[in-house]
Write a protein that binds this ligand. Structure first.
Ligand code: AP5
Length: 217
């Protein structure tokens, strides 16, 4: 049986991580977040983490060769045998080509690309109010999705922090970089008839419902 490989596309703060947590659990797929893997390496002070840090803090993309090698290794693990939900990868045309090639080598292909669309003004509000859990990356929002206890993750009780790259000047650059380097993938996947768009300005629950309706169809 072919695996299900789904690519979640959308600008920084669109809700990819929030939705990926729900979808991967519901569809029982491995959740691969390139940002989370970089942050884990940063926390553990690995060579990869040290190298990625300067790009992440500036809101720039980590170079393609490094990112592609990291995700290829992740996809080769046993929990991806039946598919995976990719969040934050691919982000450039070269990454998209590499992913298609990697999957083709194992007789697989991308099933679909849900694109969560949210206007830029809303992205800034979302990222400036985001609180992330130190241990497992669970995500909250000061107004839209507050944790029950201030500064504490509802799910694992660890401390919540604000990401360094959520500072206003870095956010502005992340959105610019997204527009320049990642948004061309919208057309690319449209041409390949893989893309469907979901209105990411709806509530978290409504966006999950819209995504799952399509993915279960
Ligand atoms: P990464 O971690 O992937 O960041 P991103 O794509 O910028 O995405 P975010 O995690 O910021 O946002 P999200 O869409 O997941 O939104 P979230 O669910 O948190 O990448 C970080 C960095 O790593 C990059 O800048 C780059 O340097 C490097 N990197 C990563 N991948 C790379 C790659 N492939 N190539 C090269 N470099 C790479 O939601 C945001 C907030 O909004 C939360 O507070 C949430 O509670 C709230 N929220 C979510 N949905 C809703 C809703 N419907 N209504 C109201 N609030 C909502």
């Amino acid at each position: 049986m072919a695996g299900r490989f789904i690519v979640l596309l959308g600008p920084p703060g669109a809700g990819k991580g929030t939705q990926a947590a729900v979808i991967s659990k519901t569809l029982q797929l491995a959740h691969i977040s390139s940002g989370d893997i970089f942050r884990e390496n940063l926390k553990n002070e690995t060579d990869l983490g040290k190298m990625a840090q300067k790009y992440m803090n500036a809101g720039e993309l980590v170079p393609d060769d490094v990112t592609i090698a990291m995700i290829s290794e992740r996809l080769s693990r046993t929990d991806c045998e039946n598919g995976a939900l990719l969040d934050g990868f691919p982000r450039t045309p070269a990454q998209a080509e590499a992913l298609a090639e990697k999957l083709a080598e194992r007789g697989e292909h991308i099933e679909c690309v849900p694109y969560i669309s949210v206007p830029a003004e809303e992205l800034i509000t979302r990222l400036s109010g985001r609180w992330t859990c130190r241990e497992n990356g669970h995500v909250f929002h000061a107004q839209y999705n507050p944790s029950k206890k201030d500064g504490v993750c509802d799910i694992d009780g660890s401390a919540l922090y604000q990401r360094d790259d959520d500072k206003p000047e870095t956010v502005a650059n992340r959105i610019r970089v997204y527009m320049d380097q990642t948004s061309p993938l919208i057309e690319y996947y449209k041409e390949n008839q893989l893309l469907f768009e979901v209105d990411g300005t709806k509530s978290i629950e409504k966006v999950s419902e819209l995504l799952l309706q399509k993915l279960n169809a």
